[in-house]
Design a binder for this molecule. Structure first.
Ligand code: ATP
Ligand code: MG
Length: 199
């Protein structure tokens, strides 16, 4: 058998395997996705899915469990161009100051209340819980409460959770886990965070 025949056979086998996998995946439902790891690309991937959903006219909700009041391109874009997207940030009242754990917990809980509402509303096709993992890591939010809300969300709703860590139980609960691994990052070579790329 020539090399080309061999290659053809390999390609044919691969096609059969892919076709079989496609045939097997016949369940229609929303998925839970965890984007984690120490490399760049977690939140931007989540916002890629926001764009995909908006392309089909689906209802989207985004909740950012972030510290401070850093403005980002995605916030400007969604607030200005897509006011129909539910967009909420923890920001206000959040100090990230371990001296004020009580205040931090209150801010996290206030923000979580919005997340919980979206996770009960089947009109939302996609819900992004950006940087949620830190709320679990710092124990600002009760793990069981968060996991059960994710688990009991409407069948056709997808949820994307971003952030490093998150814990074993969250990994088990979600359908898809991707770990973005840092190989290198421009910032470490002294390049400033870039508008429209990093924020
Ligand atoms: P992005 O929002 O760009 O997808 P991310 O969500 O994966 O990044 P975060 O930990 O949320 O990562 O960090 C937010 C900011 O920090 C972004 O500006 C991002 O470019 C930057 N960043 C992410 N990973 C690294 C890294 N490994 N080293 C330095 N800066 C990073
Ligand atoms: Mg992020």
């Amino acid at each position: 058998m020539s090399t080309t025949d061999n290659q053809k056979e390999t390609l044919q086998k691969r096609k059969e395997q892919v076709d079989a996998s496609v045939a097997r995946a016949d369940e229609e439902r929303g998925v839970a996705i965890l984007l984690t790891g120490n490399g760049k690309g977690k939140s931007s991937s989540a916002f890629g899915m926001v764009m995909r959903s908006l392309g089909y006219g689906y209802k989207v909700g985004v909740i950012q469990f972030i510290k401070g009041k850093q403005l980002s391109g995605e916030e400007i874009y969604l607030r200005e161009q897509h006011p129909e997207v539910f967009f909420e940030q923890m920001a206000t009242g959040f100090t990230w100051d371990t001296q004020d754990r009580e205040g931090d917990i209150k801010a996290a809980e206030r923000t979580w209340a919005h997340a919980e509402k979206l996770l009960q509303d089947d009109s939302y096709h996609l819900v992004v819980l950006d940087e949620l993992t830190y709320m679990l890591g710092y124990k600002y939010l009760d793990e069981e409460m968060v996991l059960s809300a994710i688990c009991n969300r409407p069948k056709n709703q997808s949820v994307v959770i971003t952030g490093r860590g998150g814990g074993e139980k969250l990994r088990e609960l979600v359908d898809t886990v991707s770990e973005v691994q840092e190989i290198k990052h421009a910032f470490k070579a002294g390049v400033k965070a870039r508008k429209g790329v990093d924020y």
